[in-house]
Structures are given as structure tokens and as C-alpha cells.
Design a protein. Sequence first.
Lengths: 261, 248
Amino acid sequence: MSLLVAFLAAIGRTVLDLLRLIGRFAIFAGETLSHLVRPPLYPREILLNLYNVGYLSLPVVGMTAVFTGGALALQIHSGGARFNAEAVVPQIVAIGMVRELGPVLVGLMVAARVTSSIAAEIATMKVTEQIDALVTLSTHPMKYLTLPRVLAGLVMVPALVGIGDVIGILGGYLVGTRTLGFNSGTYLQNTVDFIETLDVVSSLVKGAAFGFIATLLGCYFGMNTRRGAQGVGQATKSAVEAAAVLILATNFLLTRLFFSV
Amino acid sequence: MIELRDVHKAFGSNRVLRGVNLRVETGTSMVIIGGSGTGKSVTLKCILGLTRPDSGLITLDGKDVTRGDRDAFLARFGMLFQGGALFDSLTVWQNVDFRLLRGALKRPREEAREIAIEKLRRVGLTPDQADLYPAELSGGMQKRVGLARAIAAEPEIIFFDEPTTGLDPIMSGVINALIREIVTEMGATAITITHDMTSMRAIADNVAMLHDGVIKWTGPVSEMDNSGDPYLEQFITGSAEGPIEAVR
């Protein structure tokens, strides 16, 4: 009996911890966004973060997209051959990249690159009293650290997704035309004809949502770190894990919202 | 005047402050001494609102520090943190001028840089070190940059958390003299935490001994040696024998 009670208590504790985390995170998100309409803003910090989150993520996003698009073309061609559907490679690459793989892979790459870096940076600032120093210098840490990063995520990740979609399609195009024998003009025409406005809109909306999640979680775990170097490591790990899971879950919800019939 | 009345603060089961009562008159220099982990830094953080006390009242010039305009309140303070707490992404002069490059006290960039270089000179650093990043400095130099940042905007009240730790004796003397000068010439109110007895005698008008979460003794530095308080006597003589248990 006591084992059963202990088991149920453990489940209860976990659920309560999860609810507590969701509550704290929701308050953190609300407070961050509230600073959008409460001056001062720090334009230099915002520009710096647009550059860090957006421009500096381009290489990893580009490489990920081009290889994924190429592999996707090969898979569709090989799989489609089983029922004589090799010709749909351009269409499936386009829809696959724009609706799903582009946003999800860019989101996960941003989680790996940006969430980890934000969490580690802010957590280090926390344990070395730099956050306290900001406060004593009359600067709100949410305004100076969190808001610029979250804004950068909201603005730059959709742009990265858009670029990733195009590069992914380009990867498929290169494999399709160089290896699989597709005609260049026909491949591009099929791609353009097949993509609809909703596909692009859903891709960019997902990008904005993933950018928000990735940057906000980095800031949240960084700000709430404890216990020195071990705490910094823990915060970074937790932030990336939470961002990856939440990005995939949000992707499912948004896909359902946009495309379920 | 800063006044703490029956301030309590616990972190989980660890009751750090257990009823701190302390009064620091305007324009005086108070030094808080006590063993490691007795809550000296927590006391300063409670006054600044970086940590919220569980109970008790903290007032500045008779007003509760938790009420009123927080920005205006913080603008009156400067603080030197124990580890310097410099911003890694900014150069030395940008750290010193953090307050003067943004917000209500914003100055033109060139003017702010000149102020930073002057403050750096006061703490024994040269203009060519102004463009370095904190990671390129030694621990002692970082401490001095932190000190320059604390005094850059010429605040009315300055907190120094271990200002001479990590400095050589000569530079410690320079920093002690500077803190004394800030209090005497600028009329600033200072609260300093230190374990350095030489520093304490050079800086303090008054001393408070914090032990077991309460102020065991407070009074003018001139009365410290004849206080008759066994805790204070053990601490200033550095004796292993006495009421303060030394963990061996």
C-alpha cells in the first residue's frame, strides 16, 4: 500500500512541478511582452540580437536545408518508384520543405545554436552577479536582456525559415536535375505551381512561433539558474531540451490548425 | 539615513538574517564585518531590493524602500560586487559608463568616455586599458573597474562588497583611501563589507559585527578595540578560541 502511495505521490509531485513550471513560464512570457510597450527599449541590443540570431544562424540553416532538400528528393524518387510516382519529386520536396521540414529543422537548429547560447550567457551572468549589477545600474534585465533576444527570435526566425525553405527546395532541385534526370525548367515550374499561399504563411507563422519559443526558453532557464558552473550547464541543457520538445509539439498543433480538414 | 528594523531572510531551511537591526547615518561610512556566510552580502541585497526580505522593514530617509519609484531609488546607489560583476560583452570604459551611456543619466559618448578614463585613473588604471574587455584583465584589475563603475555616476550611497579582496597591499591602500575620499569629499554614504581589518580601520566611521543572523555589536571604529564584546574581539584578533566556532 505504501509503495502505491509513494508511486502516486511521485506522479503528483511531477504534475505539480510541471504545472508550476508552465505557470512561471507563462508569467515570464507575459512580463517579457509587456516590456514592448513600456519604454525604454534598447535599440543597440535589439540590432545586436537581430544580427546574432538571424545573420549568424544563416550558415547552419543553409547547410541543414540544402542537405535535407537533396536527401528528400532522393527518398521521394526512390520511394515513388515503387508505384511509378517518380515525377512528383518537385512537388513533394516543395510541400515537404515549406510546410514541415523547413520550419521544424530551422526551429531545431535555432534551439541548438541560439537557445543554448542565450541560456548559457544569461545563466553565467546570473551566477556572476551581472544580472544584479544591471539592476543596481537602473536597468531592467528583462528589458535589456530578454526582450531584445525574444524580438530577434520573433523577427529573424521566420526570415530564416523562408530562406531555409528556398535553400531546401534548391537542394532538391540540384539533386533532381543533376542526379535524377529532371528537366530544370519543368522542375522549377512544378515547384512554383504546387506551392500555395497558405503553405508559405504556415511556414512563416511556425517560424515566428519557434523563434519565440527558442529565445524565450533560453532566457527563462538562464534567468532562473542556480549553483555556479553546474547550474549554467543544467540551465543550458534544460533550455535546449524544453525548446526542442515544445517546438515539435507546437509544430503539431499549428499543422493541425492550418491543414486539418 | 538607511535603517533596517528586525529584518529576516531565509533560503529554504537556512535562516540567514534573523532580525537585523542597523542604522547608517547619511554621509558616514559603515563597515559590516562577520564570518563567511553570515549574511553580509544578503543584507546589502535586501537594502537594494535584489533580494526580498521575509519580514522586517528597511527605510531610506524614513521611507520604505519597497515603495515608490524604483528607478529613482536605484539612481541614488552605486555598488561594487564581490567578483566585480563586469559585463563580458562590453569594454572596460563601456562598463564604467554603463549608466552614462543609457537611460536618464545619458551623456554624449565622447564625454562619457572621458569620465570613464578619469574614474579609471582614480582606481589606478590607465587610459590604454579602457578599450580592453574584462576577460583581458586580472582579477584585481576587474575589481578596480567594478569600483570605477560604482562611483562613475557619483551616487549618494555606495555599497562595497569586499573591495580589497584580490588586491596587493599597495593597491588595497589606494582603494581604501579612495573610499574614504568619496565619503569625506562627496559626502556619500558608504556601507562596506570586508574581512580585511586594515581596510576596516582605514574606511570605517562605524562598524557592525554580524553573526548568527543578527548584529552582535555596532559602534564607532574608535571604540571597537575596547568593546568588551567577545564575538568582536575574537573576530578582530583572528583568534581560533572564543564564542565563534571555527570549523576545522
